[in-house]
Design a protein around this ligand. Structure first.
Ligand SMILES: CC(C)(COP(=O)(O)OP(=O)(O)OC[C@H]1O[C@@H](n2cnc3c(N)ncnc32)[C@H](O)[C@@H]1OP(=O)(O)O)[C@@H](O)C(=O)NCCC(=O)NCCS
Length: 196
């Protein structure tokens, strides 16, 4: 393995759009996301991301090959359904940076790349003067039929990185799940970390 992790923004990030889409489709098929990805959905999703001047794509390479991608964007550039609970809660959304996702090829997990993804995005958000980092994770029932027996939630991983659950703050995002014929809303739980 020859691992290398680099952050990109603006025009230089565009070249990694297709890698991000491919990894999202591959990795988010797994529980708990169960995303039955399509190119149309990905194009719409990535458009928001590319139009933001302050978004970041952190790319993990093995040699020349992209094996993981992690992204972040100012909350003000996200759709209203992501912002809503923060606005309702009296927060200044201009001060909040949203971590959109981390998707890493299975073969490369457990080598500290997930930690680096967090560190690089935090560094980026701090440089731009953001005061808080947030992200959200899908809420799944303990008895969900597709939950693998050995499934370990990422809660401990996130807590160790200094994040805590933001009680009562959730959002709804629609995607088509593997067992569905069309998109439906899923509820996601917010997590937060103060950067100052
Ligand atoms: C999240 C993800 C990027 C983590 O990447 P990773 O490189 O394997 O993580 P690291 O090697 O940096 O692990 C750091 C720590 O988290 C723990 N950890 C990593 N993945 C874990 C998992 N799936 N469940 C529980 N703990 C996990 C490791 O044991 C390690 O613990 P330590 O700090 O006590 O040693 C990767 O598991 C992934 O792509 N998952 C699927 C997509 C996903 O759920 N993304 C997050 C939401 S968008």
């Amino acid at each position: 393995m020859s691992l290398n992790i680099r952050a990109f923004t603006g025009e230089s990030a565009n070249q990694y759009k297709s890698s991000l889409a491919a990894l999202r489709i591959q990795v988010f098929r797994e529980f708990p996301y169960l995303y039955d990805g399509s190119v149309e959905y990905e194009e719409k999703y990535l458009e928001t991301f590319i139009q933001s001047e302050e978004s970041v794509i952190v790319v993990a390479f093995d040699g020349e090959e992209v094996i993981g991608v992690s992204t972040g964007i100012p909350l003000k550039n996200e759709p209203t359904e992501i912002q809503q609970d923060w606005i309702n809660g009296g927060y200044n959304i201009d001060e909040i940076f949203y971590f959109s996702e981390s998707v890493l090829n299975k073969d490369y997990r457990g080598h500290g790349i997930g930690v680096r993804f967090m560190e690089e995005r935090e560094k980026w958000a701090r440089q731009l003067g953001y005061k808080k980092a947030i992200f959200c994770g899908v809420i799944r029932d303990e008895t969900h039929p597709r939950r693998p027996k050995n499934f370990v939630p990422l809660d401990r991983f996130w807590e160790k990185r200094g994040f805590s659950k933001k009680v009562g703050f959730t959002c709804k995002i629609s995607w088509k799940e593997m067992d569905e014929t069309e998109e439906s809303e899923k509820e996601l739980q917010f997590w937060e970390k103060d950067l100052v």
